[in-house]
Ligand binder design. Structure first.
Ligand code: HAM
Length: 418
């Protein structure tokens, strides 16, 4: 039976097929994301993968609602697999924000589900690094998040030559729309047209804009002028002060597809323009109020970075590390009468934090040795009895083939040193 389209199997390296997904690469992303988030003082949270459908229908906008995996559960509840983390975060924060000092700086790495048309960089499930700040209206928070976004990509080996953060403002677009439209109630429709401008031909976008009383020319002119608002200038200055100015540029082509953004918004792209967005985010100051039914009002902002485009980009830039076996020792059982003692020895090594493997069932010596080589073990270890009947460990360093005999007590340290 095959897996569903748009879903992935993750295999350990070496991968069975070149186009397969690597569980080792996924762990690499998670490890770096978590490390950088913690370096910035963010704390980890999580929520349920299944949520009430309602959490998304009014808040995220038509585009994502059209992509929901939703159904009625056995209790008659309308539910959906989470397509994004932000509404869940808004709910979590609204429920217990008083328990925490502000601003909240939180991160998560959820698996998300969207019934999208499959294309390069877009699947029906992906993992997304989310980092958000709640309770801070100052632009310093916007800059802090963009810096975190940049550093999480740098931690994977990418540089200012590989990617750029395109910074824009939903507020600036809202003001532009209010100035030019004949249909002020259609702002979200307008944002969606702008969001697709780079991907849709002019013959499709122009009539849609005209229906709102705007021309493609006006919109293109606004983008080309690229005049940063005061808010964007402050964010740029903040990032420049950190030496991160090269990673950002003003670009009003970005507006974001989701409905809830209210202020500065941004997306990270590869410089060569070969891939879809690596990450996207911005300020959404009204979402917590909306999700809490007006009970809690917290300014909020954040971004999401997906694993799919990122993995493609790292592969293209040859930044995927090679994963080799990490065995400190492969224990050989050549004399079956020593198996119980060897098991005790293996347990002792593992208790000491060493990675150890061995043949579960009796096997010929050369087969065990071959297995040790296949697993790229650093050593083989074999128990033997000295003339006075004491058990000792014979260690062989596989790269140099050097051998030495040590006491069982000294074995963990000896394996660690080499
Ligand atoms: P988003 O732009 O919908 O934002 O997604 C963020 C990133 O997730 C995208 O740039 C992309 O890398 C990845 N992504 C999205 N959909 C897919 C897909 N179908 N397949 C593969 N990768 C995908 C959000 O989700 C916002 N909730 C982010 C946010 C957090 N805003 C504020 N806080």
């Amino acid at each position: 039976m095959d897996r569903l389209p748009g879903f992935r199997d993750f295999y350990p390296e070496p991968l069975p097929t070149p186009e397969g997904w690597s569980a080792d690469l996924r762990r690499h992303l998670f490890t770096r994301w978590r490390a950088v988030a913690e370096r910035y003082g963010f704390r980890e949270y999580d929520g349920p993968p299944l949520e009430p459908l309602e959490l998304y229908t009014a808040k995220s906008g038509a585009e994502i609602v059209g992509q929901l995996y939703n159904f009625t559960d056995k209790g008659g509840r309308e539910v959906a697999l989470r397509p994004e983390m932000t509404p869940t975060l808004a709910r979590l924060a609204a429920a217990h924000e008083r328990h925490y000092k502000k601003p909240l700086k939180w991160f998560a790495m959820p698996q998300l589900f969207r019934y999208e048309r499959q294309q390069k960089g877009r699947l029906r499930e992906h993992f997304q690094f989310n980092a958000d700040i709640l309770g801070e209206p100052d632009r310093a928070a916007d800059a802090e998040l963009i810096a975190l976004l940049i550093d999480s990509l740098r931690a994977l080996g990418l540089s200012a030559e590989d990617f750029v953060v395109r910074l824009s403002s939903r507020q600036a677009w809202q003001d532009f729309f209010a100035r030019h439209t004949t249909r002020p109630d259609q702002a979200y429709e307008f944002y969606q047209i702008v969001d697709k401008l780079e991907r849709e031909p002019a013959e499709v976008s122009a009539p849609k804009l005209e229906a709102l009383g705007l021309t493609l020319e006006q919109v293109r002119h606004f983008i080309a002028a690229g005049e940063p608002t005061d808010e964007l200038r402050a964010i740029l200055a903040n990032l420049e002060a950190r030496g991160l100015g090269d990673f950002v540029r003003i670009d009003y082509n970005v507006i974001r597809g989701l409905a809830y953004y209210t202020g500065p918004v941004y997306e990270a792209f590869d410089r060569k323009g070969q891939f879809r967005a690596i990450a996207g985010g911005g300020r959404y100051d009204h979402l917590v109020r909306l999700v809490s039914g007006g009970k809690v009002d917290l300014p909020a902002l954040g971004f999401g970075m997906g694993d799919v485009v990122l993995a493609e980009l790292l592969k293209a830039r040859q930044l995927v590390p090679r994963w080799e076996g990490r065995l400190d020792a492969f224990c050989l059982v050549e004399d079956e009468s020593l198996r119980p003692a060897t098991l005790r020895f293996i347990q002792q090594l593992r208790n000491a934090g060493l990675t150890v493997d061995y043949s579960l069932t009796p096997a010929k010596s050369d087969r065990q040795f071959k297995r040790a080589l296949e697993l790229a073990a650093s050593h083989t270890a074999r128990l033997e009895r000295s003339t006075d009947g004491e058990l000792r460990a014979r260690l062989k360093h596989l790269a140099t083939r050097e051998e030495r005999t040590v006491s069982l007590t000294d074995a963990p340290a000896a394996l660690r040193q080499a």
